[in-house]
Design a protein around this ligand. Sequence first.
Ligand code: IMP
Ligand code: MG
Length: 176
Amino acid sequence: MSRKIDIFITEDQIKNRIKELGKKISEDYKGKDLLLIGILKGSVPFLCSLMWEIDNEKLAIDFMDVSSYGSETESSGDVKILKDIDSSIKGRNVMIVEDIVDTGRTMNKLLEMLNTREPASLKVCTLLDKPSRRVCDVKIDYIGFEIENRFVAGFGLDDDQYMRQLKYIGEVIFDK
Ligand code: IMP
Ligand code: MG
């Protein structure tokens, strides 16, 4: 099976939207601490670009790696922590940074797990949102782009671990 990538969201569109998100987050967290938790590996380019746009002297970052077992195309919600964050989040303002929320199962589980650690606040920021695929009703506070049910790669998102390095987001077209 061969595949090709159609540019779907350009580098400029991503840059501009992340600037807007950074400005909004800077305003919302004015005078407060903020810990961004990036979910490996897909969120890495987004988290880097986003933190450069956030004006906050008490900004910190950390990473978590989770695996969600399920079929090839859909997560199960059986989320296991492969790498946990290094610090305590008790009493801190925390924001989970994700590449995409699809069924919402992964985010639902993450929110459940992190909430038990008693953060002062816990919010979610995702680069992409596919609301039509939602199975778990999760509240997302900051969204880069809402997209239809398409399979996309680039800017951190992978197609079978490849294409994460693209500076744009493309739709992966599979043909026989
Ligand atoms: P959820 O638990 O179904 O919301 O799973 C979200 C995860 O599925 C994301 O973190 C991605 O790893 C993966 N995913 C969902 N849609 C796409 C896509 O279009 N391209 C690449 N990965 C995707
Ligand atoms: Mg992911």
